[in-house]
Every structure is written in C-alpha cells, then in structure tokens.
Design a protein around this ligand. Structure first.
Ligand SMILES: [Zn+2]
Ligand SMILES: [Zn+2]
Length: 133
C-alpha cells in the first residue's frame, strides 16, 4: 500500500471532490461534500465515499475525526498520510494542519514503555487560535 503522496493521477470523481475540499475555507463534512458534488453529476453516495477513502489513503486529504470532516493536505512535507496532527480552535473551529519537523521526528522515534512504535497517528490538539485568544 502506498502512503506517499507524490504524483497520483486522480480519477475525474476524485479530482472534483478534491477541488471542492481544497477550495473550502473550512473542513467539509461528508454530507456537505455529497450535496455539493451532486450538482456536478456524482449522484451515488458510495462513489463519493470511495473517492474520499482513496484521497485519504494517498494523503491528498485528511480526515478530522472529531469533526467527521475532511480537509485538503497543505503540508508539502507531510509524506505519511497516516501520521497527521491538527490544531483545532474551540471557538471558531478553525483547523490547521501542524507542520512541525520536530514533532514528526519526535513521534517517529517515540516508543511506549513496551517498546511499541507507532506507524500511524491522527492527533488533534484543541485550544484557542490567535484571533479568538
Ligand atoms: Zn498533510
Ligand atoms: Zn478561533
């Protein structure tokens, strides 16, 4: 399975859905994605879910689990689609992908007390953004 997101050729549906999420100023919920792509002719929800799964798998988008929403990857150094970290503002719900070499490196080398290392993580940090502070 590929976890790198180099140059993937997207299918037409994947491209439509990616563009939609990429243009959205905030993470998009699945129902909102469904609603918007129906206007572009993708009518069947399974088609949309399949495309979303694929986009997540190749790292073009990430899922914000606590919000059940999707956001385009804006972190060019984010090479591991299954290792992501986000800051989420508790007031305005602004979501930012954390791009920190220090954090990635720390987590890549991190072991728990039994020596288990982690190949995936999906971290969400909550606080107040600059605007809301
Ligand atoms: Zn990313
Ligand atoms: Zn805020």
């Amino acid at each position: 399975m590929k976890t790198m997101h180099k140059e993937h050729t997207l299918t037409k549906n994947q491209q439509i859905i990616f563009d939609l999420i990429d243009k959205s100023p905030e993470p998009m919920k699945a129902y909102s994605i469904l609603f918007n792509v129906q206007k572009k002719g993708i009518k069947a929800p399974p088609q949309v879910y399949r495309a979303l799964d694929k986009l997540v798998e190749i790292g073009k988008i990430h899922k914000i689990e606590s919000r059940n929403a999707f956001i385009a990857c804006h972190n060019s150094s984010c090479r591991v689609a299954k290792a992501t970290a986000f800051s989420i503002c508790e007031i305005c719900e602004k979501v930012t992908e954390i791009s920190s070499a220090g954090l990635s490196k720390y987590l890549a080398n991190f072991k728990d007390k039994d020596g288990m290392k982690y190949s995936k993580y999906n971290l969400e940090f909550f606080g107040l953004c600059k605007k809301c502070r």
